[in-house]
Structures are given as structure tokens and as C-alpha cells.
Ligand binder design. Structure first.
Ligand SMILES: Cc1cc2nc3c(=O)[nH]c(=O)nc-3n(C[C@H](O)[C@H](O)[C@H](O)COP(=O)(O)OP(=O)(O)OC[C@H]3O[C@@H](n4cnc5c(N)ncnc54)[C@H](O)[C@@H]3O)c2cc1C
Length: 269
């Protein structure tokens, strides 16, 4: 998508969940105190810009294959299992995916097969802040993964589920052994939390940094028609406006956001 579309009376920002809040803040639209720290003149104080940074945290349960099991020559993820964590009120909040990543990890002793465990409705949220007034300098991104105990509990359960799956006779034919987490990592919640915090990674599904919401929500950045609160000629139409990350990969939802925004403009909303 283009980053900035403009007609005489309308600007549409579609730079994605990292660059859209960055560009808004560089333009003086964002948390006033933060903008002043960097000497940026405040055009409109919007505390939610760059906050509520969502993603799908994931970890890889890594396995070594038995001698003679052929390795795929491309990265692949053919099947995925969605399930609801024990005690969860948000159905299908978890996803596990057997994965061959030998094009990514194939180096020496590092095993290339894994089962990825993804927390697809994490309650934790991070923060994106400017580090410079130079638009070519990346903003800082603090994901704050797994700070929330409920997020850690669900991811622990997912990892233990994968360890159990690997004990299944079907896997026994091809898997030599689980490499990570080790049995010691699985021995207690505390040990597993340490392993999770050392290994948690992004799913590249960053969203929520200019979230949609009513004007009564001080952290809302755009209204229900994608218009920036207080700057109604400016709209944002990308993954940044999701109030929360969706429980699926984010590409298709982002396309629908753009389609809906186009409809709103055509309808004069
Ligand atoms: C490695 C990776 C793998 C992914 N895999 C999947 C997947 O398998 N399935 C899935 O559903 N989702 C996937 N995603 C997520 C998906 O790509 C994003 O959710 C989606 O692209 C978000 O769309 P967007 O329009 O918000 O942002 P983007 O697609 O990032 O579009 C923003 C555009 O703005 C441009 N831009 C930014 N700043 C400027 C500037 N200052 N000037 C000019 N142009 C600018 C960027 O170059 C970019 O083209 C993946 C993401 C990554 C990074």
C-alpha cells in the first residue's frame, strides 16, 4: 500500500502499525509530553498514539529429526491447530503449527524442525515511542511480551501440549528428541517462564498502535470511520487501527480495513 494518499481535502495514512504512529508523532499528533521531550511542536495531544502495541507472541518447541528422515528444501507450515486455552473465555486464543524452517535455521547443529506455539489473543500490550525526530531512525518498540500472568499461563500450557504431542507414536517415527525446551525447563512453572521469556518472539503481526475507539476513550486515536480524533481530514487505514490484534494472521483483516475506509469515504462518512 502507499503510505500517504491525499486529495484536496483528505489525507489517508497507511504506513503500517510501526510507521503510521511514528509519522503521526513526527507531525505533532501524539502524547504531548513525549513529543515535547523531543522538541516536536504539539499539533494535537493524542495519548494513544504508539500505545496498545499488539502482536502474537510465539515460541518454538525445537526437535532433532532421526537419522535418514528427509529434510524439506523449503520452509513450510502445512497444518495448524487452533484451540482454546484451559479456562479461557476467548475461543481459539491459541495456535500451534508444526514447522520446517530449514531455510531459516539450517546451520550446523541447530535443528530446523519445530512446533510453533502462538498466543493469538494476548492480553498484554506494548508501546512504540520515538527515539529521534529523524524519520529514518526506527522508533523504539517495547513489546512487553508475557508480562501478564494469564499470557504466561496459556503459553506454558501450549508448550507442554507440544511436548506431549511429540510423545505420540506418529512423531516417534521421525523425531529423535526434543531439543528445546529441555526437561529441566519443563520441570516447573518458574523454569518454564524463564525459558519462555528468553525465547518469546514476534509473529510480525504488529497492530493496535493507533487504535479505533470512541472519543470518550482517551487512548483511542481514530473514530469508527478511521478519522483521527480532532483531525477529521486525516484518516488512518492500516493494521495500526485494530483495537486489539485479531485471532488470525493480520494481512486479510488489514485489507478489509482499507476496503471499509474506502466505503466510508465514498458514502461521505
Ligand atoms: C515477515 C512478515 C511475515 C508476515 N506473514 C504474514 C502472513 O503469512 N499472513 C498474514 O496474514 N500476515 C503476515 N504478516 C503481517 C502482514 O504483512 C501485516 O499485518 C500487513 O502487511 C499490515 O498491513 P499494513 O497496510 O498495516 O502495513 P504494511 O503492509 O507494512 O504497509 C505499509 C506500507 O507503507 C510504506 N511506508 C512506511 N513508511 C513510509 C514512508 N515514510 N514513506 C513511504 N512509504 C512508507 C511501507 O513501505 C509499506 O509498503 C507478515 C509480516 C511480516 C513482516
Amino acid at each position: 500500500m502507499m503510505a500517504f494518499l491525499t486529495t484536496a481535502s483528505l489525507f489517508i495514512l497507511t504506513a503500517g502499525a510501526v510507521a503510521s504512529p511514528q509519522l503521526l508523532m513526527l507531525s505533532g499528533v501524539g502524547p504531548a509530553a513525549h513529543l515535547r521531550e523531543l522538541g516536536i511542536p504539539v499539533v494535537h495531544d493524542l495519548p494513544g498514539v504508539g500505545q496498545n502495541m499488539r502482536d502474537h507472541p510465539n515460541v518454538q518447541v525445537r526437535v532433532r529429526l532421526k537419522e535418514g528422515v528427509p529434510e524439506d528444501d523449503i520452509a513450510r507450515r502445512a497444518v495448524r491447530l487452533r484451540y482454546t486455552a484451559t479456562g479461557s473465555t476467548t475461543p481459539n486464543d491459541m495456535i500451534i503449527s508444526p514447522t520446517s524452517l530449514n531455510t531459516v535455521y539450517a546451520s550446523g547443529e541447530d535443528p530446523s524442525y519445530s512446533i510453533s506455539v502462538g498466543l493469538y489473543l494476548a492480553v498484554g500490550a506494548g508501546e512504540l515511542r520515538l527515539t529521534s525526530t529523524d524519520p529514518y531512525v526506527q522508533p523504539s518498540m517495547d513489546y512487553r511480551y508475557l508480562e501478564n500472568p494469564w499470557d504466561r499461563q496459556r503459553l506454558r500450557e501450549g508448550v507442554r501440549l507440544c511436548a506431549r504431542l511429540l510423545e505420540d507414536p506418529a512423531y516417534k517415527e521421525i523425531v529423535d528428541r526434543r531439543v528445546a525446551p529441555t526437561d529441566a525447563d519443563l520441570a516447573s512453572d518458574e523454569a518454564l517462564d524463564r525459558w519462555l521469556l528468553q525465547n518469546v518472539a514476534t509473529s510480525y503481526h504488529i497492530s493496535g498502535t493507533c487504535k479505533m475507539g470512541p472519543a470518550s476513550d482517551p487512548m483511542a486515536v481514530v473514530d469508527q470511520f478511521c478519522r483521527v480524533h480532532g483531525r477529521t481530514r486525516l484518516r488512518v487505514a492500516d493494521a495500526s487501527i485494530m483495537p486489539d490484534v485479531v485471532r488470525a494472521n493480520t494481512h486479510v483483516t488489514t485489507i478489509m480495513i482499507a476496503e471499509r475506509c474506502a466505503d466510508f469515504i465514498k458514502q461521505g462518512c
